[in-house]
Design a protein around this ligand. Structure first.
Ligand code: CA
Length: 444
């Protein structure tokens, strides 16, 4: 009898051990890929015709694409602060880009996704653009990244002869980089995967493509000779370079048989800069109205993909609103390293919504504050105050406008006067959130 009990106990014990060790070995790699200043319309999976993006389209087909995928800021650094923390960046004063020369960056009180995954045993790297502070204390390797290859600021020349100094860093040391920057980032991403393929890794691959300056290789420009507009042609060549280099990463994962054990996210950090008076790169946000730097949809709704072969459904289109804040809790859940409630995350783990284990919407309400501009999306309704420059006027801010996005995706029929109760409801929700936020730590 005792022998049977001992045998049963040891069987149960070995089952537990087998179970937990297999769960450990199966913890997925996490890759977050970010494009910079991409237009909502400029990917094949959103119907783009003049710029082929076969690798991004393939990624979207292999997983879930989000038609209502948002970011928390209409330009670079605030969005990245939200991405890194899973929290609305206005909660900790990171409302605007950290200005040049100021010793400011992602507040040290905040914990990054890299901190969290590193603590969970992941090898971590940033390849590409940081834009969360240029001083030593804000360096990516002080914010949870084991490795860093890229640049610290908000924009960068793509060719070595145009760089004006050794501003590409490997860790903290200047690197003599000879390649076109987008190709260099692809190369470094593949090399990181190669070095760490035996254990779980987190790669944050933040391309500066297709942000200005507009630099493209001759070979890629030739492919787009049929595009008459020179700016659009250069943009197409730069998009194509990013798409190819995303392809190199996907090919590497497949070659190492890691493609079924890797969660991959792709977003742009904000919409295309199409507004007069804003540096323009040739992007298109159709059918959305507005631009980078506005809280109209064109500034904050972006191409958004999540793929995890074998775990998430392939070819799924998810129409409920999601936001880049969701990537941190989603990645942590995949890694089995969920944050404690005191982390006060605003993002939501999307996995149960995508596998069908949870019904309903990840978010009832999404909110934005960007200086005097604001927005709130609550169901299909959106209340917004945006920069009047988007209407071709001198820069200022509009009064509250109310749109129903289900019927009016390009925000052209203001219902504020017709629906005063709805306006009031959304205004009250936004005011409550606004009261929780910090004052910006630096100006816009
Ligand atoms: Ca950007």
């Amino acid at each position: 009898m005792n022998r049977w009990l001992i045998l049963l106990a040891s069987l149960a014990c070995s089952l537990v051990i087998t179970d937990s060790s297999s769960a450990l070995s199966q913890r997925p790699n996490i890759i977050i890929i970010v494009g910079d200043d991409m237009g909502y319309a400029d990917v094949g999976f959103h119907g783009c015709k003049d710029i082929p993006t076969p690798r991004l389209d393939g990624l979207a087909k292999s997983g879930v694409r989000f038609t209502n995928g948002y970011v928390t800021g209409p330009y670079c650094s605030p969005t990245r602060a939200g991405l890194m923390t899973g929290r609305y960046q206005q909660r900790f004063g990171h409302e605007f880009n950290p200005g040049g020369g100021l010793d400011v960056g992602l507040p040290l009180t905040e914990t990054t996704i890299a901190n969290r995954l590193k603590d969970a045993g992941y090898a971590t790297a940033l390849v590409g653009k940081w834009h969360l502070g240029g001083s030593d204390k804000h360096h990516p390797q002080r914010r949870g990244f084991d490795e860093f290859f890229g640049f610290l600021g908000g924009a960068h020349a793509y060719f070595p002869e145009k760089r004006g100094g050794r501003t590409i860093l490997r860790g903290t040391e200047p690197a003599d980089e000879a390649e076109y920057l987008t190709d260099a980032f692809g190369r470094e991403a593949v090399a990181f995967i190669d070095r760490h393929k035996a254990k779980p890794f987190f790669l944050y691959l933040a391309f500066n493509a297709v942000h200005t300056p507009m630099h493209a290789t001759d070979e890629r420009l030739k492919r787009f000779a049929s595009i008459a507009d020179e700016q659009r042609r250069t943009y197409a060549a730069m998009m194509s370079a990013m798409d190819e280099n995303i392809g190199r990463v996907l090919d590497k994962l497949r070659a190492e048989k890691l493609d079924e054990n890797t969660l991959i996210a792709f977003i742009s950090d904000n919409g295309g800069p199409t507004m007069k008076g804003v540096t323009i790169n040739g992007s298109t946000n159709t059918p959305l109205r507005g631009s980078k730097r506005t809280t109209l949809e064109g500034g904050i709704r972006v191409p958004f993909v999540l793929s995890w072969k074998g775990t998430l459904p392939a070819g799924k289109v998810f129409d409920s609103p999601v936001i880049q804040l969701d990537l941190l809790p989603t990645a942590l859940a995949a890694a089995g390293a969920e944050a404690k409630p005191d982390a006060k995350l605003d993002g939501v783990n999307l996995l149960p919504f995508l596998t069908g284990k949870a019904t309903g919407q990840p978010h009832e309400t999404l909110l934005w504050r960007f200086g005097t501009q604001m927005a709130i999306r609550h169901g299909d309704w959106k209340l917004v105050r945006y920069d009047t420059a988007a209407d071709g006027m001198k820069s200022g801010v509009t009064k509250h406008k109310l749109y129903n996005l289900a019927e009016d995706i390009d925000e052209s029929h203001d219902l504020a006067a017709d629906k005063p109760d709805k306006l009031k409801e959304l205004e009250t929700l936004w005011n409550k959130w606004d009261a929780e936020l910090a004052k910006p730590l630096w100006g816009g």
